[in-house]
Write a protein that binds this ligand. Structure first.
Ligand code: HEM
Length: 186
């Protein structure tokens, strides 16, 4: 996992919890990096899982909720750090359709060693899209939060129906996104 993601996580914990919380979760984890991350460095994703786990213990917020929260936060941050990948799209479906073949392809060029998941989609009708996340990393909650952040960014009203498929390791999760109201009907 890229240091950029760790740095964004640590900044979020500092802003939304405290600097002391950052110190505590780093101290309580077993981190080869020592908790010092550079944006372009690559670090084991297990370090993120440990930090989130430690934050969960101290905040009494379940790990899946923290990962989703971080995903929502990170999408908003992506709109600031990399506006070029977001502003050329007009809707959630529009962005998600090109996430795998365009957005994350550019991310891979920009961040050497980026470990990215695979996404597939199927347009079910004008209002519904099936979006499938597959990764060797167990980050479906993080993906869920990023999708929610994307929906908030485009100010769309959508429901997310999620089904986690059984896997030995990593994640295989289906999201059915359903637009419940169009901008012109609000
Ligand atoms: C709704 C939209 C998006 C979704 C669902 C999504 C999903 C994900 C997920 C789940 C990961 C973690 C890797 C894994 O699970 O294996 C990831 C990593 C990443 N994504 Fe996206 N992403 C989205 C949009 C974006 C955008 C707009 C950018 C723009 C820069 C971006 C840049 C990255 C970067 C830099 C990483 C880190 C790679 C690494 O740690 O090695 N993503 N994304």
């Amino acid at each position: 996992m890229k240091g950029l993601v760790f740095r964004e996580f640590i900044d979020m914990v500092e802003d939304q919890f405290s600097l002391q919380m950052v110190d505590e979760i780093i101290e309580a984890s077993t981190l080869a990096s020592g908790g010092a991350y550079t944006s372009v460095g690559t670090y084991p994703h297990d370090e993120m899982m440990q930090l989130v786990h430690q934050l969960s213990i101290r905040s009494a917020i379940p790990v899946p909720d923290l990962l989703k929260h971080f995903g929502r936060h990170l999408f908003q941050r992506f709109t600031v750090i990399h506006p070029e990948y977001v502003k050329s799209h007009v809707s959630v479906f529009d962005l998600l359709k090109v996430l795998d073949n365009e957005v994350h392809v550019e991310v891979r060029k920009l961040y050497e060693g980026a470990e990215l998941p695979a996404f597939e989609y199927e347009t079910l009708n004008d209002d519904r899209m099936l979006f499938i996340y597959k990764s060797s990393r167990p980050l479906a909650d993080f993906a869920h939060g990023l999708i929610e952040g994307c929906i908030a960014h485009f100010a769309e009203q959508m429901t997310i129906e999620r089904t986690d498929m059984p896997v030995v390791a990593g994640a295989h999760t289906q999201f059915i996104l359903h637009t419940v109201a169009h901008a012109d009907s609000r």
